[in-house]
Design a protein around this ligand. Structure first.
Ligand code: GUN
Length: 296
């Protein structure tokens, strides 16, 4: 069997951002609407600072308004909730994202639950989680939405008859993508750290989504011949000869010998997250202004 096709998430994300930019231009021209995204960063975590900067740059490049709120790590929970409530009321702001993780002792759940569900472009509010499970329209988490676009691009939007396994059960990725796969008619297994004989479960799957945060945990022998492999992991590991390198949750070199298609790390799922965030912001703006959401 030949080697797997490499799924070009970076290229796909660039295409999606270009389509979102066209939607934004049309919204401005036809409806005088400029979508606005507010991003809240608490503290000075270097990785979060990079993510937030990339979000700002790509938001502006797409023609949208970017509002950034940097708050010190010693902000109180009440002050942070107050900021979220102000943004809920601000008509220029169509989407709100509070960058996670929050520094201790801040607690994430009250903050994500305080975001107006119609501005919750991260899809983390329980209202949106419920809408996803119930098959209703809502705003859904960005990374899983990006994964689904890559899967649909290879296999089509209808996954009837396909078995999918999701490894990892986080609120940000594992749980929502399992629901999305189910909505697309896949037969879904949710696996996690307590699953018995994970390799055997994995070998039954036509679609493998790995989102556990464990470097190269999924081995080549776990992959069914011809499967589609979506690697959500971003793990920094020591490199031979010093320094570090980034690897996924899947051992890429092994898995590509058996898969039909596989996302690389970096350059696979990662770039899709901000592109789908921009897309969610356009959807939120359209719904808030009573404008039909243009096709992407
Ligand atoms: N930190 C890492 N990924 C994410 C994300 O998708 N949303 C938020 N809010 N924070 C994150």
């Amino acid at each position: 069997m030949s080697e797997a096709a490499i799924i070009d998430g970076k290229g796909f994300a660039a295409g999606l951002r270009a389509r979102v930019a066209r939607q934004v231009a049309a919204l401005k021209a036809d409806h005088d609407v400029t979508p606005g995204l507010a991003v809240v960063l608490v503290g000075a975590d270097p990785a979060s600072e990079i993510y937030v900067r990339n979000k700002r740059v790509q938001t502006v490049e797409a023609g949208m308004e970017s509002f950034e709120f940097n708050r010190p790590a010693d902000i109180t929970q009440d002050e942070l909730l107050g900021l979220v409530r102000e943004l809920n009321q601000d008509e220029r702001v169509n989407g709100i994202l509070v960058q996670l993780p929050l520094p201790r002792p801040l607690v994430e759940q009250p903050v994500t639950q305080a975001i107006d569900p119609d501005k919750d472009v991260d899809g983390l509010n329980v209202v949106n989680a419920g809408r996803l499970v119930s098959g209703l329209d809502g705003l859904f988490p960005c990374t899983p939405s990006g994964c689904m676009m890559l899967i649909a691009d290879r296999l089509g939007a209808d996954l009837s008859g396909k078995r999918a396994i999701v490894i990892g059960r986080s609120n940000l990725v594992g749980k929502p993508i399992a629901q999305m796969l189910l909505r697309a008619n896949a037969t879904v297994t949710m696996a996690h750290s307590r699953t018995d004989d994970l390799p055997a479960e994995c070998r039954r799957a036509d679609i493998v989504v790995a989102a556990v945060g464990k470097p190269e945990m999924v081995r080549g022998g776990w992959i069914k011949h011809g499967a589609t492999v979506i690697d959500v992991g971003i793990n920094r590991v020591p490199k031979d000869g010093g320094g570090t390198r980034v690897v996924g949750d899947v051992c890429f070199a092994e898995a590509k010998e058996r898969a039909d298609a596989i996302t690389p790390v970096p350059g696979g799922v990662g770039p899709m997250t901000i592109a789908t965030l921009l897309h969610n912001t356009v959807i939120a703006a359209c719904r808030q202004r009573g404008v039909a959401v243009p096709a992407v």
